[in-house]
Design a protein around this ligand. Structure first.
Ligand code: URA
Length: 231
């Protein structure tokens, strides 16, 4: 790949920025100061810019703690989107949310530019669990829990896969599902005559939402953490 394209693909610099840096002699590849932006490089080339190592990553994976009122879309005319919350240093072309949370749902949204990973994470066949904390309007009986755990049939006839439900304090419940139909959790509790007052996603697969990540903030997911999602 061309050097200017490879560097620009990472989001921090435009191709024009890269050309300027090269003219200024500030880009070094494998120990040699570069003269041409069209130098062919690959992901193993050792690149430094302004004396600092420049690490190429084919894809980026971002954890966002979504606040209420933000939509899980790439752009929207009226609402703030999850992409508006990605800081410049993590931005690059092709980012999208892997899975949607309703505007009033808070918590873990994974944003990436890796379509294959997103597909794997979202496919029910991959059994990647999503864990939520739901605050309900009314108490939930043991019978309701049993029905939900066995796989409830929604009002439109859709048969949900079995879920796991754990009682927390008051009317709060942890619910773990392996699929993600439209308004699924709200419709599941609705099907036993209850109502979700608040919903937060706390975990995707085995990776919990970072408790130090405040609502509205993002951080990059490490390769090690990524492995916790799909295994
Ligand atoms: N289920 C819902 O009802 N809403 C969400 O945002 C996610 C899961």
């Amino acid at each position: 790949m061309r050097l200017d394209r490879l560097i620009a693909s990472q989001g921090q610099y435009s191709r024009n920025d890269v050309k300027k840096l090269i003219r200024q002699g500030l880009v070094v590849v494998n120990g040699e100061t570069v003269k041409d932006s069209d130098l062919q490089v690959d992901c193993k080339s050792e690149i430094s810019i302004c004396g600092k190592p420049f690490k190429y990553k084919e894809h980026i994976y971002i954890m966002l703690n979504k606040p209420q009122g933000v939509v899980s879309a790439t752009d929207d005319r009226t609402h703030k989107t999850v992409l508006d919350l990605v800081p410049d240093e993590l931005k690059r072309d092709g980012l999208f949310p892997a899975g949607r949370l309703d505007a009033d749902t808070t918590g873990f949204v994974l944003i990436t530019d890796d379509g294959d990973f997103a597909h794997k994470m979202l496919s029910p066949k991959s059994h990647v669990s999503k864990t939520y904390i739901a605050t309900l309007a009314d108490p939930l009986s043991d019978e309701d829990i049993k029905i939900l755990e066995q796989g409830i049939t929604l009002k439109d006839g859709y048969e949900c896969l079995p879920a796991t439900i754990n009682r927390l304090e008051k009317n709060n419940f942890e619910i773990i599902i392996c699929e993600g139909k439209y308004h699924q959790i709200k419709r599941m509790f609705g099907a036993v005559g209850n109502k979700v007052l608040a919903l937060k996603r706390t975990k995707i697969g085995g990776l919990p939402l970072d408790i130090d990540l405040k609502e509205g903030f993002c951080r990059e997911i490490t390769q090690e953490e990524l492995g916790e999602i799909t295994t």
